[in-house]
Ligand binder design. Structure first.
Ligand code: P6P
Length: 337
């Protein structure tokens, strides 16, 4: 090996979780076991996503035994993998998935103390175009008197004990944050089969001239949003216009915003009065990540996203999230209305 020093002190997600647990004397290890089941589901989903293009587009031999029955859509496979992992770890009482109309109660584990919300494959419509998709998740700790019903999960994001997302891009990137904690990024090393800590203590830049919104909806936007976006595109004398970056896959737009800064927005508008993105398993988990990374996240009423309480498990919301100062600009425009 050349003069450069090989880093032999690798922090895997497994080691990270062990060290996290050691910080909490009262920890029983349940949360750690739940996170190991989570990481297994991300590894499995990553595998199928890599294969999906080949199998879907070429019917590559062996696709039939992938599910034992006819070729399932990737969303369904991702959902099945996620449910199986959460059920088998024995630490989850109740699960809400974007793919399931009703909450799933694991009656086999009445004493389990956690509830999980997830979107197993967010942005899957982009898959055939090779665009990065992802899994978004949130973890709630259930109160002692929890009934194991969906009411246990109709909570504000401030009650999340952890959240994050995995983006299946060139490699699988996991972003994980705990309540009151830092944001840590892990990159999947396929040779080791481990998530490696590559982005410790991620902080979103306070400002960045990048805006990420589907301008195809501008016909339906409210006046404050029109004024806000125009102020970025047509700055006052001497100002430089913002760059537009919109992938149309929330995890990909979120990951870029977390790394580079800027603002991601999916406003509620006349076409989608409640917005498009889901509170429980898209907006709230992302809002916890951005707040813990030093950013902000608000809904279309300019209310702190983490304080929004869904009435139903699939409720939607408008969302603005990203650099602290960029979200502040949206808040400031709304103060004029
Ligand atoms: P639009 C993908 O379908 C998704 O749920 C999110 O991942 C993404 O941010 C959004 O919808 C894109 O929506 O209306 O811009 O295509």
């Amino acid at each position: 090996v050349g003069a450069e020093k090989i880093n032999t002190d690798i922090v895997t997600l497994t080691r990270f979780l062990t060290e996290e647990q050691a910080k909490h004397k009262e920890a029983t290890g349940d949360f750690t076991l739940l996170c190991h089941a989570l990481q297994f589901s991300f590894k499995s989903i990553a595998y199928y996503i890599r294969r999906a293009t080949l199998i879907n587009l070429t019917g590559l031999a062996g696709s039939s035994n992938m599910t034992g029955d006819d070729q399932k859509k990737l969303d369904v496979i991702g959902n099945d993998i996620f449910i199986a992992a959460m059920k088998s770890c024995g630490r989850v009482r109740i699960l809400v998935s974007e793919e399931e109309d009703e909450a799933i109660t694991f009656s086999e584990h009445p004493a389990a103390r956690y509830g999980v919300v997830c979107d197993p494959i967010d942005g899957s419509s982009n898959l055939d175009a090779g665009v990065s998709v992802g899994t978004i998740f949130g973890i709630f700790k259930l109160p002692e008197d929890a009934e194991g019903t969906k009411e246990d999960l109709l909570k504000p994001g401030t009650e999340l004990v952890a959240s994050g997302f995995t983006m299946y891009g060139a490699s699988a990137q996991l972003v994980l944050t705990m309540k009151g904690g830092t944001v840590n990024g892990f990159t999947m090393d396929n040779a080791l089969g481990e998530f490696i800590l590559t982005h410790p203590d991620m902080k979103v830049p306070k400002s960045r001239a990048i805006y990420s919104v589907n301008e195809g909806n501008s016909l339906y936007w409210t006046d404050p949003i029109k004024e806000y976006v125009n102020s970025l595109k047509y700055p006052e004398e001497g100002g430089k216009p913002y760059s537009a970056r919109y992938i149309g896959s929330m995890v990909a737009d979120a990951y870029r915003t977390l790394l580079y800064g800027g603002i991601f927005a999916y406003p509620a508008d006349k076409k989608s009065p409640k917005g498009k993105l889901r509170i429980l398993y898209e907006c709230a988990p992302m809002a916890l990540v951005f707040e813990n990374a030093g950013g902000q996240a608000v809904d279309s009423n300019m209310k702190r996203m983490l304080e929004v309480v869904p009435e139903h498990i699939h409720d939607r919301s408008g969302i603005f999230m990203g650099s602290y100062n960029e979200v502040q600009k949206v808040l400031d425009v709304h103060k004029k209305y």
